[in-house]
Design a protein around this ligand. Structure first.
Ligand code: SF4
Length: 392
């Protein structure tokens, strides 16, 4: 089978280590396992080799994303082992975007030049808030000064593509305190901003505090006002709002995440990573020790799976059509290309989603413009309701 139609690929590489677990976090990450970092890098290098080998050809790669967890806890020598495996077994394009998520406070003036020298050319810092009380509520380990310093050190190390993540919709967060965080982020003059609304996930300390009445439930109306404030302030300042939660300076949209939002093919490697390639959606085992064991003992499988794959299913046409709608609609200017959809699936969007579509257009949540289906501005605020209609 040829995978030429999917190339170039994006690679997501998961690093499941953190120093401390933040109160809102339900990601696949572990504390107290720093002794596993070196063997983990070797296992990830092996998984890369297995998946690339299963393709039977050196597949082109145009983006790499080290996500976590806290990838910036990995020693440059361990990151080098992983990147060396990518370069040996894939065809990494010369202008590939290589992003690393990093926590302010985990990087310094030695670390950042070292990872830049390995080819990492984009950093995404978890800032979350500029307000000390909010950072304490989230149980973040850094303060605003650490973020400012991390961005300055990144510039000094030669990074010209830096992103900051912020969270709104926090319990007790006012419109004014949100504006303080947003303006503090803007002062750092980065190329990209991701602004996420807090979801209180099951099993997190924050959910427990909520149940015990120790914190107030976030107010969705305040969160909507906070989002509206961000939309108008960033538009005034010339930022491109290209995805529901993401803004970029012109030409600086995150290329890796664009693959997800275009419902493109990406390989997920590392404990708990998800992938979408070769007609499959799949997930890698979550526990780092199980991951190490699987790769130590197991043989490669057929593309895109590895000895550490936990589960995989082939994507049906119906699922692919739904995925296309709920990923591509996230892109506010691109949306769903109606002609491309029909070419790919042999059905128009109207044939595939007739009643959902007319309802959403009637409610002014979706609009058809120049051969594309787009969320309206009202739809940006209610996107989950829109997506739900395509799933059901
Ligand atoms: S640093 Fe990120 S991945 Fe680690 S615990 Fe905090 S939110 Fe979760």
């Amino acid at each position: 089978m040829s995978y030429a139609y999917e190339t170039p690929y994006s690679l997501y590489l998961h690093i499941p280590f953190c120093r401390h677990r933040c109160a809102y976090c339900d990601f696949n990450t572990y504390t107290g396992l720093s002794d596993l970092q070196r063997p983990y890098a070797a296992a990830l290098a092996k998984e890369i080799e297995q998946v690339a080998g299963a393709a039977g050809q050196a597949l082109a790669v145009h983006t790499i994303f080290f996500g976590g967890g806290t990838p910036s806890l990995m020693a440059p020598t361990d990151l080098a082992v992983i990147l060396e495996s990518v370069r040996r077994h894939f065809r990494l394009q010369f202008d590939a975007e290589i992003t690393m998520e990093a926590n302010p406070g985990t990087v310094d003036g030695d670390y950042l030049p070292a990872v830049r020298a390995l080819g990492v050319n984009r950093l995404s810092f978890g800032m979350q808030s500029a307000v000390a009380g909010e950072l304490a509520l989230l149980e973040r380990e850094h303060d605003l000064q650490a973020v400012v310093q991390a961005v300055q050190l990144s510039r000094a190390a030669g990074f010209d593509n830096v992103s900051l993540d912020l969270i709104y919709g926090l319990p007790g967060q006012t419109l004014a305190s949100w504006e303080t965080s947003l303006r503090a982020a803007l002062q750092m003059d980065t190329e990209h901003l991701s602004l996420y609304c807090l979801t209180i996930e099951p099993g997190t300390p924050m959910q427990r505090w909520l149940r015990q009445g120790l914190i107030a439930a976030p107010d969705p109306d305040v969160a909507a006002d906070q989002y509206a404030l961000a939309c108008s302030l960033l538009a005034e300042l010339g930022w491109q709002h290209y995805e529901i939660s993401n803004w970029a300076r012109p030409g600086r949209a995150g290329r890796h995440n664009l693959t997800y939002w275009r419902n493109g093919a990406y390989l997920g490697l590392g404990a708990g990573a998800h992938g979408h390639a070769g007609g499959y959606r799949y997930e890698v085992v979550k526990q780092p020790r199980v991951y190490l064991r699987r790769l130590a003992n197991g043989e490669g499988r057929h593309f895109p799976l590895s000895a550490a794959t936990a589960q995989a299913h082939t994507v049906s046409r119906q699922e692919a059509m739904t995925d296309t709608m709920i990923t591509q609609l996230r892109l506010l200017q691109e949306g769903v290309d109606l002609a491309a959809f029909e070419t790919q699936f042999g059905h128009s969007v109207h044939e595939a989603f007739d009643s959902a579509l007319s309802q959403l257009v009637d409610w002014e949540l979706l609009v058809e413009e120049n051969g594309r289906l787009l969320l309206t501005e009202r739809g940006w605020f209610l996107s989950n309701q829109v997506f739900y209609r395509f799933v059901s």
